[in-house]
Design a protein around this ligand. Structure first.
Ligand SMILES: N=c1c2ncn([C@@H]3O[C@H](COP(=O)(O)OP(=O)(O)OP(=O)(O)O)[C@@H](O)[C@H]3O)c2ncn1[C@@H]1O[C@H](COP(=O)(O)O)[C@@H](O)[C@H]1O
Length: 455
C-alpha cells in the first residue's frame, strides 16, 4: 500500500466525533501521547497499567525455593496488564488496534522502572510500535523487543544529529523527527542518514501545507505524522499525496470491503467525501452523477474502520462494517447487507443462513436443533475437531474442516459473534510479542475424551 500521512494525537483525543474527528486514525496509522492526549482520568488509567507492569517486573524469580510460585505470579500480572491495556486502547481511547497501526509514546522512566514489561504489555495489547525518546539509549535498550516495533523520536532536527541517529538505529528501525521549520533540506539530510533498505523516517509536522506533506511523502522511506490535525487538514493532505485521478471528474475509484476482505461494491471518492468520512467515521462517498457526497442515511449504514491507498496511488479501499437489517440502505438505495454483486457465497453465505435460522427455521432444520440443544452443539464441536485432527488425505481434511467451520459458526452465531469479530481478534494477535508455552490442558483433554467416549 502507498503511504498516507497519519495523525499524531498530542493534545487531542484520538476519537472525538463532537469535534468532527470521529475517525482520523482510519488512514491506517496513528500515534498518541498517553499523558496529554485525553483527560486526566484516562491518564490515571494508563498510570495504573504502568503500576501493574512495575509489579510484574518486581516479582523475584531468582530465588530457587519460590521460583515456580513467582513465575505464576508474574504470568498473572502480565495477563492483568495486557487486559488493562487492551481495555484502555479499545474502550477508553476507542482505537481499534486490530485494523489500524497504533503507536504509543512511552516515557523512558516508565520503560526503565518496569524493566521493559510495559513495552511488551502495550505491544501484546495490540499496539504496532512504541515510540521512545531517541536520545534515551538506556530506555531503547531496556525495551527488549525487535527493532521493527520501536520508533526512536527526536524532538527537534537539531537533536537528530548523525551520531544520535546512528546510535538510535541500533535499537529502532524507524526514526521520527519533529520538523519545526518544515524544511525540505532537513528532510533530505535526515533521510540520507538512514541507509538500511527497510528503515524509515517519520517527520512530525504541525499545520503544514498539504504540498509540503506531499513532497516529503514522495521520498522513499519517508512518512509524515500531522500533530493534532483536523479532518480537513488530514483529508486534504491525503489527497495531495495521491496521484491525480485519470477520470475527468477527478474522482477516485473506491473499493468498499468488509473486515474479512469481502468486496461489497465500488464507489467513488472526492476530497470532500474523504474529509466527511474522516469527520464522521462513516462510509461516505461521492456521487458520479452530481458530485454530491452521499446522504446522512448512509452514515448509519456503514462504519468506517480504515481507508487504504493502492500501490499506484490512485485508488482507495474503504474497510467498513455494514449495519445489519434488511431495511438498512446505503446512499444508492441498495440493501446494505448484500454485496453490489448480489447474494454472497462461501462463509458469508453460511453465516447469513445461520443468522436467518436463529430468527426462523424451516421444519427439520439441523441448525435449529443445534441452537436448541447446547449439549449437542458442544458434543458435535468436540467430535468434528477430533475428526479433523485425525483426517489423513486432502479430501478428508477439507471435508472435516468444513464440518468444524459449520459447527463453529453455529456456536458463534448463537452467541451473536460474527466472522468479522474473529478476524479482528486474529489480526490483533499478529501484534503480540510474547509467546505462551501452549501445552495442551489435561482437564480439557479429559472432558473431550469423556464426550468422545460416550458416543
Ligand atoms: N454446512 C452444513 C452442515 N454440515 C454438516 N451438517 C449436518 O450436521 C449433521 C451432523 O454431521 P455429521 O458429519 O456428524 O453427519 P452424520 O451423518 O451424523 O455422521 P457421519 O455419518 O458423517 O459420521 C448432519 O445432519 C449434517 O447434515 C450441516 N448442516 C447444515 N449446513 C449448512 O447449514 C445450512 C442450513 O441447514 P439447516 O439448518 O439444516 O436448514 C445448510 O444449507 C448448509 O449450508
Amino acid at each position: 500500500m502507498s503511504n498516507l500521512p497519519f495523525p499524531i494525537f498530542v493534545q487531542n483525543k484520538p476519537v472525538d466525533p463532537d469535534n468532527k474527528r470521529a475517525a482520523l486514525a482510519a488512514v491506517g496509522q496513528c500515534r498518541f501521547y498517553p499523558s496529554t492526549c485525553s483527560n486526566p482520568s484516562d491518564y490515571a488509567e494508563f498510570q495504573d497499567i504502568c503500576a501493574k507492569n512495575k509489579e510484574q517486573a518486581l516479582v523475584d524469580t531468582d530465588t530457587p525455593e519460590t521460583k515456580d510460585e513467582s513465575k505464576k505470579l508474574k504470568k498473572k500480572y502480565m495477563k492483568q496488564g495486557v487486559a488493562m491495556a487492551s481495555k484502555y486502547l479499545r474502550q477508553t481511547l476507542q482505537l481499534d488496534v486490530s485494523i489500524i497501526s497504533v503507536q504509543v509514546v512511552l516515557e523512558g522512566k516508565h520503560i526503565l522502572e518496569t524493566d521493559g514489561c510495559l513495552v511488551a504489555c502495550m505491544l501484546d495489547a495490540g499496539c504496532a510500535a512504541i515510540v521512545v525518546d531517541g536520545l534515551n539509549l538506556a530506555a531503547l535498550d531496556a525495551a527488549k523487543v525487535p527493532r521493527e516495533r520501536i520508533v526512536a523520536h527526536f524532538s527537534s532536527s537539531e537533536a537528530a544529529t548523525s551520531d544520535a541517529i546512528q546510535a538510535a538505529l541500533s535499537f529502532a528501525s524507524c526514526i521520527s523527527v519533529e520538523l519545526s521549520n518544515n524544511s525540505l533540506e532537513t528532510v533530505d539530510s535526515t533521510l540520507s542518514l538512514v541507509t538500511e533498505q527497510s528503515d524509515t523516517v517519520d517527520f512530525q509536522l504541525t499545520a503544514p501545507s498539504s504540498d509540503i506533506v506531499a513532497q516529503i511523502i514522495s521520498q522513499s522511506k519517508a512518512s509524515v505524522g500531522l500533530v493534532d490535525p483536523s479532518a480537513d487538514l488530514l483529508g486534504s493532505s491525503c489527497i495531495a499525496c495521491m496521484k491525480q485521478s485519470d477520470r475527468q471528474d477527478g474522482l477516485y475509484a473506491t473499493v468498499v470491503c468488509t473486515r474479512a476482505s469481502e468486496a461489497l461494491g465500488l464507489e467513488y471518492s472526492s476530497k470532500d467525501s474523504i474529509i466527511i468520512a474522516l469527520e464522521s467515521g462513516a462510509g461516505i462517498y461521492c456521487s458520479r452523477s452530481d458530485g454530491t457526497t452521499t446522504s446522512s442515511e448512509n452514515k448509519a449504514a456503514q462504519t468506517l474502520h480504515r481507508l487504504d491507498l493502492d500501490f499506484h496511488g490512485d485508488a482507495l479501499r474503504f474497510t467498513v462494517t455494514q449495519s445489519s437489517g434488511d431495511d438498512a440502505k446505503n446512499g444508492n438505495g441498495k440493501p446494505s447487507t448484500v454485496t453490489a454483486w448480489g447474494t454472497p457465497t462461501g462463509i458469508r453465505h453460511l453465516e447469513d443462513t445461520l443468522k436467518d435460522r436463529l430468527q426462523s427455521a424451516p421444519e427439520g432444520s439441523y441448525t435449529k436443533r443445534l441452537f436448541d440443544d447446547p449439549d449437542l452443539l458442544r458434543d458435535k464441536l468436540v467430535e468434528e475437531a477430533q475428526e479433523l485432527a485425525e483426517a489423513e488425505d486432502f479430501d478428508e481434511v477439507a471435508g472435516e474442516l468444513a464440518d468444524v467451520m459449520y459447527f463453529a459458526l453455529a456456536r458463534a452465531t448463537k452467541a451473536g459473534v460474527k466472522m468479522e469479530d474473529a478476524v479482528a481478534e486474529l489480526d490483533r494477535r499478529t501484534r503480540k510479542v510474547t509467546r505462551r508455552k501452549g501445552d495442551s490442558k489435561a482437564f480439557r483433554i479429559a472432558a473431550g475424551n469423556a464426550i468422545l467416549g460416550k458416543k
